[in-house]
Design a protein around this ligand. Sequence first.
Ligand code: FAD
Length: 587
Amino acid sequence: MDDQQRKLAEELLFSEKKSPSFARLIYFGIVDPSTIFPYPHPTIEDKEKIDAFVLRAEEFAKEHIDGNKIDRDAAIPDEVIAGLGRLGILGMTIPQRYGGLGMSQYAYCRTIEILSRYCGATALFVNAHQSIGLKALLLFGTEEQKQQWLPPLARGECLAAFSLTEPNAGSDANGIETRAVFDIDKHVWRINGRKQWTTNGAIASVLTVMARTEIQTPEGKQDKITAFLVTPDMPGFQITAASLEKVGMRGSKTANLEFHDLEVPAENVLGPIGGGLKVCLTVLDYGRTTFGAACTGAAKYLYERAVQQAINRYQFKRPLGSFALVKKKIGMMGAVIYAMEAATYLTASLIDRQCEDIMLESAILKVFASDKLWDILYDTMQIYGGRSFFTSEPFERMMRDARLNMIGEGSNEVMRVFIGAVGLRDVGLELKAAGAALKTPFSEFGQLTNFTGKWIQRLSAPTIPVKSDILQPEARQLGKEIRRFGLAVTKALIAHRESIIERQQHLDRLANCAMAIYTAMATLSRLDSSIQNAPEPSLALETETFTGKAYCKIASEIINNSLEGLNHNYDNEIEKLSDRLTGIRFP
Ligand SMILES: Cc1cc2nc3c(=O)[nH]c(=O)nc-3n(C[C@H](O)[C@H](O)[C@H](O)COP(=O)(O)OP(=O)(O)OC[C@H]3O[C@@H](n4cnc5c(N)ncnc54)[C@H](O)[C@@H]3O)c2cc1C
């Protein structure tokens, strides 16, 4: 990362003063349970409505969505799209005043889970439209823009897309080359450039397009990204590939686009001029949360199938599920899926409660859920043995579909670096400020007391406020691990200073810890709520308790191994070997 990129990232991610989220504070070894405990549930009335809606979505999916056919034909039938529109799914989260159902992010995640059980491509299609395609319009649009576009989008009469990626700008979103120049005489923005891999790009009636714009700042003219609402009827809009042939998610339509002096009316700027990267990041917070839901839905389906096979398939005169290596797979799946679900609904509820800062939580959910779905696919296919290799089962399709989850909306490696670095940066700033304050203790007294306060909190393990006695051991253990994590973060910063940002293997380990802590916390909170609200003991509750406790053990092992890896590793040897093999010397 060069200085310019770093400056931009700072400006982008940290320009606004927000109260630190749960995930940000754990890097200090501090727990703020206010958004996690008690586990968020919709009201009884809302839950009834949501359950009924999800049931209707499931009935529709069962009857009309044939994932294998959609995959073979590489197309989602028009009737399916029309049906999704009729049910209101394409406008679920759009407020009622704009023609949508005005439902919560929680309700949306539950619905995406269902669609994803039946067809990953259909879930992706809905997400590309609603979770990212129209989200910028919903969050940053003017009243006129919303009045004009949202009603038909909500009814599914027209579709939306989000177009950021370009041939030379994938993970590095700030590297986009598409440029918009204002034409004063015509009062339009003239856009030139190429976009690649836009889902729904050739079938959308309105696209959020990111382009570079030169703007005047106090420091002089600067190049900043701006979001534009683009429609395919604008002169200069060209579709160069309407539906690229793909490995998976084949039913979704992935397009390449070109803009040649595309004329976009001035009133189609979306959000502030020069504020496009913030628009992008905010939209992607939503997108990543729904990625979590899609992965959870597919994982739940696979788990049910894996359990059936473990029970019904006999070898060596025993059910497969009686062998320890199969038990390990089933047990791990059950525990991990409980955590996936707990973290998905928790993160969705952060959006519903309008928490200001969810970027770490949504990134954690996306990486965790997509990686775990991949493991679960592997294990399900192992349990099914040769049967999994034939297209009569949906597993190979689901495997091809799931491959996208680790790449789209932020490749998991980039997200892991992001998760590690964002938390570290907060602690680093405190350390730096405290260092300065120690040199001039009176003028910087406020900063110093703030820092010492955080250190005092860190001397003892934070309390995790579970109410159930049976969960106290797990809560105490997690508290100790958060304390160890906080200390390890400070130690890593003191040892490596700014160069920690280039030690990606360390950032990865810290990200692993943060993911394990967030998901274990979601698990404990959810389980505590189930235990506290259960009218009486039951077999189901006992199994749920086993499941949640098992996940806490898994998370604990990840944290231990990752912290251990900070001190004992062979990072240098591996990185030097890679340099030898590629011949790259950078920086
Ligand atoms: C089916 C499909 C649909 C898509 N839909 C859309 C869409 O609707 N709209 C849209 O704008 N985009 C879309 N995309 C693009 C998608 O968001 C990008 O593919 C993604 O952001 C990654 O960019 P890239 O593929 O160019 O990978 P690259 O940036 O080339 O990265 C490749 C790999 O390099 C590694 N890497 C890169 N940078 C780093 C780093 N800093 N540190 C460590 N490792 C690194 C990672 O392993 C990464 O996976 C879609 C892509 C696909 C495949």
